[in-house]
Structures are given as C-alpha cells and as structure tokens.
Design a protein around this ligand. Structure first.
Ligand SMILES: Nc1ncnc2c1ncn2[C@@H]1O[C@H](COP(=O)(O)OP(=O)(O)OP(=O)(O)O)[C@@H](O)[C@H]1O
Ligand SMILES: [Mg+2]
Length: 152
C-alpha cells in the first residue's frame, strides 16, 4: 500500500496497481466498517471488483501504476460510498450480460445488483467508478426479509 489516510468516517488510500491491491482494498473496508456493519460484506465484494477492474482493464495495472480508493460511511446505518479512481485507458466500464460459460464479465453485474446506484466518470486524470450502498437495496434486503418469512 503506497499510502492510507483516515479522515472522520472515511478512509482514503493509494494502492500499487498489483494483484495484491484488491485484498488490500478489502482490508480498508474492514478497518473502516468492522465486521458487524450491515454493508461490510457487500462493500468488501464491491471494492474488490472495482479495484480488480482498475488493474485489469486500465493503465493502473501497468508498471508503476496506482489506484485511488475512497470508502466513506454515511451517518445512516448501512449507507456506504465507495469510489475507485484508475489511470484510464482505451476501454470503459460496460455492464455486460456474461455468457453462462464465461469465467468473466460478472463484476459490474454484481455491483449493479448490490448497490443502490453506481456510475463511472471519465476525466483527463483517468476514470472514477463509484457506487452507493444502502440497506434498502440488494443483499441487505434479502437478509432483512428472512425474519418475516420465519414469522409468517
Ligand atoms: N476500470 C475500467 N476501465 C476500463 N474498462 C473497464 C473497467 N472496468 C470494467 N471495464 C470494462 O467493462 C467490462 C465488464 O467489466 P466486469 O467487471 O463486469 O467484467 P470483467 O472484469 O471482464 O470480468 P470479471 O469481473 O467477472 O472477472 C470489462 O470486460 C472491461 O472491458
Ligand atoms: Mg471485473
């Protein structure tokens, strides 16, 4: 990890653009949210996919490349914002319908299913892909419904 800063309810890091970066990004989520946070699991999965994409599909994965990661916990329980900035390149994030036999093409579909919203923005500095997690969407909804089913 090149550098890491914690400010209030956010954690910000510049990671070396190597395969270790996805694991390091999950460590940041764990350090900020703790295991008991309602969005901790989803946030770890999402940051992992976004950092992997930055390294696999952008110039961040080239020698000397880095990835910027920002994770911010909002005051509302379960609300988390994740942003990953990469060094850009000829390709852009595209939500695809993965071929059932393919091992790839699922990362953004997972993010789209779990996040309340997500987007990608391109600038001269590269590309920022961000998402917002809320307990009102995705895997958290499923978890919240289990007691209802048991009661009914
Ligand atoms: N940060 C990025 N920069 C440039 N292109 C990207 C970026 N993230 C995703 N893409 C493009 O969007 C496509 C879909 O991304 P997605 O994460 O869904 O699948 P994948 O990375 O190909 O496979 P998987 O995540 O399942 O291993 C990628 O194949 C790539 O072309
Ligand atoms: Mg991917």
């Amino acid at each position: 990890m090149t550098c890491r800063t914690r400010i209030g309810s956010g954690i910000y890091a510049e990671l070396d653009g190597t395969p270790d970066a996805a694991r390091e990004a999950r460590t940041l989520v764990s350090a900020l949210l703790g295991d008991g946070h309602p969005s901790a699991h989803d946030a770890a999965l999402i940051v992992s996919e976004l950092v992997s994409n930055a390294i696999t599909h952008s110039r961040s994965g080239q020698p000397g490349g880095t990835v910027l990661v920002a994770i911010e916990a909002a005051a509302q329980p379960g609300e988390v914002r994740i942003e990953v900035r990469d060094a850009g390149g000829p390709r852009a994030p595209v939500l695809t319908a993965a071929d059932p036999g393919s091992e790839h093409g699922r990362g953004l579909a997972i993010i789209s299913a779990l996040a309340a919203e997500w987007a990608s923005e391109t600038s001269q500095a590269g590309r920022a892909t961000w998402c917002r997690l809320s307990t009102g969407r995705g895997g958290n909804v499923t978890a919240a419904r289990v007691p209802d089913r048991e009661a009914g």
